[in-house]
Design a protein around this ligand. Structure first.
Ligand code: NDP
Length: 230
């Protein structure tokens, strides 16, 4: 086993799988978080190197507790698992879509982070990277931006959940600053994945987004914390 260890949630496909591959290439032992064992095993085979399967459904408290019990020390936690249950604007959204988005994109991040904090505290340079979204930026949503024209306020549940994740990133960073735990958020950009219909055809390379997450995972001790990167 390599000296440094990382966990990427939702790493069986998409951006998460590329982040896991990038961290393996940097010499980490990487726990490939996957709620489905078979899909996770396939990703581990494709990633190769020191990738290991960690069955982890971030929305299931028992699954989170069992996974955390298997990891003694962790240098990097990447909260990547996320869903976008609806493209609807707020006026056409259902409460259930909001519950689902917040459960996975916000509540689960708290549950997973807190469960793995004891292992992170055993690392000399602990780093947490939260995969957020540019669509969550209130600044970008209210200023001219070709990606988010003001007339198209869709994905309300998803975007507001990621805005909450940005707030949490700051609060965790401030809470853990004195312990040397750096906590940052990454907006990966629109990428060709299964997250939203059509993105596979029009999104950019997910590997490029993953490289940004790997950079935040490798921040030096004098690097930033509590910030939102794109
Ligand atoms: P994908 O749909 O390709 O991957 C999402 C991953 O999250 C899958 O591995 C999925 O697992 C996993 N996941 C979802 N729910 C759970 C759960 N309860 N427990 C464990 N794993 C879960 O999407 P992306 O790769 O695009 O998304 C990765 C992150 O990037 C997300 O946080 C997303 O919001 C963010 N993002 C993506 C953008 C894009 O354009 N693609 C833009 C901005 C942000 P399973 O296969 O089992 O469903």
């Amino acid at each position: 086993m390599n000296d440094r260890t990382a966990l990427v949630t939702g790493a069986n496909k998409g951006i998460g799988r590329h982040i896991a591959g990038g961290l393996v290439a940097e010499g980490f032992t990487v726990y490939v978080g996957s709620r489905d064992a078979a899909r996770g095993r396939q990703a581990v085979e494709e990633i190769g190197g020191d990738a290991r399967l960690l069955v982890l459904d971030v929305g299931d408290a028992d699954s989170v507790a069992k996974a955390a019990a298997r990891v003694d020390r962790l240098d990097v936690l990447v909260n990547n698992a996320g869903i976008n249950p609806s493209l609807a604007p707020p006026t056409e959204s259902h409460a259930e879509e909001f519950r689902r988005a917040y459960e996975t994109n916000v509540v689960a991040v708290v549950e997973v982070t807190n469960a793995f904090l004891p292992a992170l505290r055993r690392s000399p340079h602990p780093r947490i990277v939260n995969i957020s979204s540019g669509t969550a930026s209130l600044t970008w949503s209210t200023h001219p931006n070709p990606q988010f024209p003001p007339g198209r306020p869709g994905s309300a549940a998803y975007r507001s959940s990621k805005a909450a994740l940005n707030a949490l990133t700051l609060l965790y960073a401030q809470t853990l600053a004195e312990e040397g735990v750096k906590v940052n958020a990454l907006a990966p950009g629109r990428r060709a994945t299964d997250l939203v219909p059509g993105a596979m055809a029009t999104g950019g390379d997910p590997a490029e987004a993953a490289a940004g997450a790997v950079r935040l995972a490798l921040l030096p001790d004098d690097g930033p914390t509590g910030e939102f990167f794109s």
